[in-house]
Design a protein. Structure first.
Ligand code: SF4
Ligand SMILES: [Zn+2]
Length: 334
């Protein structure tokens, strides 16, 4: 992922951006993810830091105005290679639909800038549930025209204890399902972020949790007739988070890439899944991994899956470290 550079020639840059392969409604494409630097997440500010794994506050720019936010997208659209980009994920350090974080006119202008891009077939943005209204979603539909518009929400886990006690998401399943009903009424697609291995879950439980979460989201989306995509996010350890404290005292082990592969193999038939490999520029010892022999191959095969949705090559992967991983997982050592 590209570096986080606050100020270049007087213009604020996005907190992060990343170009990666994706599959759009059956066809391979390229996704540009941009995380706009905002004043930060209001939920985190009002709830003792917010979610226990989220390090977005590290990148916030308190006091940044609407122009500062617009400048970041203008910079991205001018400076990044957009040829071949089919999808833009326009993220923020909090909720795109919270008008205390992004004022309504700025939101409309950001969407209008994306609407001016010819080749983009899918656009997504993300928000906590409490800011979602029919009017805001209909407005985004209107501005973005014929493109697929996807609404992203961090559910993280379908399990209430994992989501609200461990991750401290502050999101009920009822509220999540109300959002899905709103999408059905307004004609947007659903993008749900799910974590692989939040704190306090061992490897086996983490796999089971991710699989059950995909199953739940697929069922809710089907019940409402909404097209859904699940972004599975292997947890990484961001600075200044509860997770970092647990990690530094030796009580958290990063998810093994073999678990990520297993989650893909066990869920790909349930719906449209995607593995987010964002890492906020963290060093390798804070992000998912396997062993030096297979690490790069597994990452590139996972990215290939994101592009093609084909699991055949993932099934064939092997490495000497895999047997040890399976033994450790079986015994609960990891
Ligand atoms: S994960 Fe989202 S809701 Fe939670 S603290 Fe971070 S930005 Fe806020
Ligand atoms: Zn290996």
């Amino acid at each position: 992922m590209a570096k986080s550079n606050p100020l270049i020639q007087g213009r604020t840059r996005p907190a992060f951006h990343r170009l990666s392969p994706v599959n759009i409604n059956g066809a391979p494409g390229q996704r540009l993810m941009i995380v706009l630097r905002t004043q930060g997440c209001e939920y985190a500010a009002k709830n003792d830091g917010g979610c226990t794994v989220c390090g977005f506050a590290n990148h916030a720019a308190p006091g940044i105005g609407g122009q500062g936010i617009l400048d970041q997208l203008a910079w991205a659209l001018e400076e990044l290679p957009l040829t071949g980009v089919d999808e833009i994920d326009l993220l923020t350090l909090g909720s795109f639909l919270n008008e205390n974080e992004i004022a309504a006119p700025v939101r409309a202008e950001l969407l209008g800038m994306i609407a001016g891009l010819g080749g983009v077939r899918r656009v997504s943005f993300e928000s906590r549930s409490e800011y979602v209204t029919d009017a805001k979603l209909l407005q985004s539909r209107r501005i973005l025209g014929e493109r697929t518009v996807e609404f992203g929400i961090g559910l993280e886990s379908a399990d209430d204890h994992v989501r609200n006690r461990i991750i401290r998401k502050g999101l009920s399943r009822d509220a999540f399902e109300r959002v899905v009903a709103t999408l059905a009424r307004t004609g947007l697609d659903l993008l749900v972020y799910l974590l692989i291995k939040p704190p306090h879950l061992d490897e086996a439980r983490a796999i089971a949790d991710a699989v059950a979460s995909v199953e739940y989201v697929a069922a809710v989306a089907a019940r409402h007739g909404v097209r859904a995509r699940m972004a599975l996010e292997p947890v990484f350890v961001a600075p200044n988070t509860y997770l970092e404290r647990v990690f530094l005292r030796g009580d958290y082990r990063l998810v093994n890439l073999w678990s990520v592969v297993e989650v893909i193999l066990r869920t790909h038939q349930m719906g449209n899944i995607f593995v987010g490999l964002s890492d906020e520029d963290l060093s390798r010892n804070r992000t998912t991994g396997s062993c030096p022999l297979c690490q790069e191959r597994l990452v590139s095969e996972i990215e290939r899956f994101n592009h093609t949705l084909d699991v055949d090559r993932l099934r064939e992967l092997d490495c000497p470290c895999r047997a040890t991983y399976l033994e450790d997982r079986e015994s609960g050592r990891i």
